[in-house]
Ligand binder design. Sequence first.
Ligand SMILES: [Zn+2]
Length: 216
Amino acid sequence: MKKLVVILFFIVMTEGVGFAEEPYWAEHGIKLDGLTPAQTTVLEETINSIGNLPPKKVAINTAIYIRLSRFQRLYGFSFEGKTIKNWILRRVKSITHQNTWTVAVNDSQGDFKIGDRFFEKADFMERAYTLIHEARHSDGDGYSHVRCPESFRYVSAGSPDIDLIAVEACDDRGDGAYGFQSAFLFELYARDIANQQEAGLLYNGSVARIVGNKKE
Ligand SMILES: [Zn+2]
């Protein structure tokens, strides 16, 4: 009985606080705020799975790979999970559970606000590229987005309520958040890591958001 009381007390204490297990939060001085234990687990599983992405050999036509791969050029290192994980963690100051107009935002150089969709609907690939996307907003001047052009014909597959020509959801440069997101997805596709077809479709959707070619 005493044991049960202790367990119940523990559950009450951790409810809504998030019980971070992984040492990297403290190592990087990252504050988690308002995440339930389940959300913390989803977040940690995502970070850990990114860290475990293998640097598999390129499995597509070499000419296509050479023409379209941007990873090494943008990130400054070759594709490998552990390095990507640390690249992300270095760009995070805090992670708060908060629903905003989109799945996640980082509008203050490292303070991530992540909404329900990330934890409840998104699969690993979507969560992984979202963290990469937001991490890129911590660099330089934040690499803010521009409004998608009036002629834009693409939709937001994940957030059908968003009209992409009404919001700043495009980049006019190749080295912004969509550039990094696309480069990551392209490697998953080219190296046949996880689901190749999904990676290819997500890559196409991401690269479509780059409407200019500054600093390709
Ligand atoms: Zn963004």
